[in-house]
Design a protein around this ligand. Structure first.
Ligand code: LLP
Length: 424
C-alpha cells in the first residue's frame, strides 16, 4: 500500500499525520518524506540481496538531504557519490568514507585527491585517462588507490533516452567490445599505486524489466571470471542502480524478483557484490505538496495554477515523466481534465497534463506523488524562486530537514561590479 493514504476524514496522510496540516505548519510548496517508508524500502532491498551478501550504497543523487542520508546510514547503507560535494554531504551525514563509492565520468584531480585523502572505499573509473590520473595522484600522495573499472556492456535498458547509460554510444564506462576493458584492467592491476577493486556496471534508470539487468550482469560476470582466471584480483562487482518504480500507483517496489536474479547469477561465484539503488528507495516515499493559487480557463483548457513549479520538480517537463497528482482533501468527482501548472514563465512549466481533476479553487492542496527521488535534488532557483523546503515524518511527527533558502541569501551571495567608468 502507498505510504500516502486517506485517513478517516479522507484527508491525504502519511504515518498518522495529515499532509494538509504539515503544509499549514511548514508552508508550501513542500517536500514531505516518510522515514517509515524509506526504512521499509531500504530494508527490503537489503534483504533481497542479503543471500549474496550484497552491500547497498544509496545513490545520493536521487536525494541528498542530510536527514535522508543519515537515516540510510543508520540502516547500514553506504553511499554512491558523483562529486566532491556529495562526498562532503556523505561525511556530514556521518557516513564512513570507507562505505562510499565514487562514480562518475568526469572526476577532477581535486575531487580524486579529496576522495583518496579521506580513504574512500572505492573509485569507479570510467576511462584509461582517469585511471592514469588516479594513479599519478596516488603516487604523489604515497598511497594505494582502490579503483574499480566501470564497464560499458552495450545493453539497452529500454527506458527514457536521457537516463539510459548502458549502450555503446553513451559517455559511460569502458567498452567491453574490442577487449578494451580487459586490457585496461590488466594494466591497472599491474600499477603499483592502484589496488584493483573489481568491476562496475550501471545501464540506466527506471528499468522495470529484468531482462536488461540479466544481460548486463551476465556480461559483467563473464569478464570478471575471465580476469580472475587470468590471475588478476577482482574482489568486488558493483551492480549499479536502476531498479524502476510504479509511478501510477506510487506503491512500494517489490525487490524479490531482482534479488532472485542476482542470486541465480552470482551466488557461489566468490565476488563481493555492491548495489547502488536511488529511485527505488525513496521516490514513492516522498511527495511534493502544493497549493492552488488560481484556476483559469484558457481556450478549451482548464488550468490549475499551483505554487510549485518546474524549478521544484523538473521531471515532468524534462522527461515527460508522469507523477500521480492527488487532492489533499476529500476529492469530489472529477469534473473535467486539467493541466496542473506552476507560475514559471514557460509553457513547459507543468506538473501534470490532461488530468481528471475535481473542482478545485484557490487554497486547495494537492500532492504530487513519487517525488522523493530526483525532485528536491534537481531543484533550482530559476525565476528567482526559492526551492521547496523538505520535511521528514518520523514516528508520527514532522521534522524539518531543510528550510527554503530565503531569496535574500541568494542575493547576498552576489556582487555588482563597479560600473562607474561606464557612461550612463
Ligand atoms: N549508479 C549510477 C552510477 C548512476 O548513474 C545512477 C543514476 C544510479 C546508480 C541510481 O539509479 P537509480 O537507482 O536511481 O535508477 N534524473 C533522472 C534519473 C537520473 C539517473 C542518473 N543515474 C530522473 O529523474 O529520472
Amino acid at each position: 500500500m502507498c505510504v500516502f493514504y486517506r485517513n478517516n476524514n479522507e484527508e491525504l496522510s502519511v504515518d498518522g499525520m495529515s499532509l494538509g496540516a504539515i503544509a499549514k505548519q511548514y508552508g508550501s510548496p513542500l517536500y514531505v518524506y516518510s522515514a517509515a517508508g524509506i526504512t521499509d524500502a531500504f530494508t527490503r532491498f537489503q534483504n533481497a540481496v542479503a543471500p549474496v551478501n550484497g552491500k547497498v550504497y544509496f545513490a545520493m543523487k536521487a536525494n541528498s538531504a542530510l536527514g535522508v542520508l543519515a537515516l540510510i546510514g543508520k540502516l547500514g547503507g553506504g553511499m554512491d557519490i558523483v562529486s566532491a560535494g556529495e562526498l562532503a554531504r556523505a561525511i556530514a551525514a556521518g557516513i564512513k568514507p570507507s562505505d562510499v563509492v565514487f562514480s562518475g565520468v568526469g572526476k577532477t584531480n581535486d575531487e580524486i585527491r579529496q576522495a583518496l585523502a579521506c580513504n574512500i572505499g572505492q573509485i569507479n573509473a570510467e576511462s584509461q585517462a582517469e585511471v592514469a590520473a588516479i594513479s599519478a595522484i596516488a603516487k604523489e600522495m604515497d598511497l594505494l588507490a582502490p579503483v574499480a573499472l566501470r564497464v560499458n556492456v552495450d545493453v539497452s535498458p529500454s527506458t527514457h533516452a536521457k537516463i539510459s547509460t548502458g549502450e555503446r554510444n553513451t559517455k559511460f564506462g569502458i567498452s567491453t567490445n574490442q577487449r578494451e576493458a580487459c586490457d585496461i584492467y590488466q594494466q591497472m592491476a599491474k600499477d603499483p599505486h592502484i589496488s584493483p577493486a573489481g568491476l562496475a556496471v550501471h545501464i540506466g534508470s527506471q528499468i522495470r524489466d529484468l531482462a536488461p539487468f540479466e544481460r548486463a550482469y551476465s556480461a559483467l560476470l563473464a569478464l570478471a571470471i575471465e580476469l580472475r582466471n587470468a590471475g588478476w584480483p577482482v574482489p568486488n562487482l558493483d551492480l549499479g542502480g536502476g531498479v524502476g518504480i510504479d509511478y501510477d500507483t506510487a506503491g512500494p517496489t517489490d525487490f524479490k524478483e531482482y534479488g532472485l536474479l542476482v542470486q541465480r547469477l552470482f551466488a557461489g561465484q566468490g565476488f563481493n557484490l555492491g548495489f547502488e539503488p536511488g529511485r527505488a528507495i525513496i521516490a514513492n516515499n516522498g511527495a511534493l505538496i502544493t497549493q492552488v493559487i488560481y484556476v483559469k480557463q484558457g481556450g478549451d483548457k482548464r488550468f490549475i495554477i499551483v505554487d510549485a513549479a518546474m524549478n521544484d520538480l523538473l521531471r515532468p517537463t524534462l522527461y515527460e515523466a508522469h507523477h500521480a497528482i492527488w487532492p489533499l482533501d476529500k476529492p469530489g468527482i472529477s469534473t473535467s481534465k486539467a493541466d496542473i501548472v506552476g507560475p514559471v514563465c514557460e509553457t513547459g512549466d507543468y506538473l501534470g497534463l490532461d488530468r481528471d481533476m475535481p473542482n478545485l479553487s484557490a487554497g486547495d492542496g494537492l500532492a504530487i506523488l513519487s517525488a522523493g527521488a530526483y525532485g528536491a535534488a534537481m531543484a533550482s532557483n530559476y525565476n528567482s524562486r526559492s526551492p521547496a523546503a523538505e520535511v521528514m515524518v518520523v514516528d508520527g511527527a514532522a521534522h524539518l530537514l531543510r528550510a527554503a533558502r530565503p531569496i535574500a541569501d541568494y542575493i547576498n551571495d552576489e556582487m555588482i561590479p563597479n560600473y562607474t567608468d561606464i557612461p550612463e
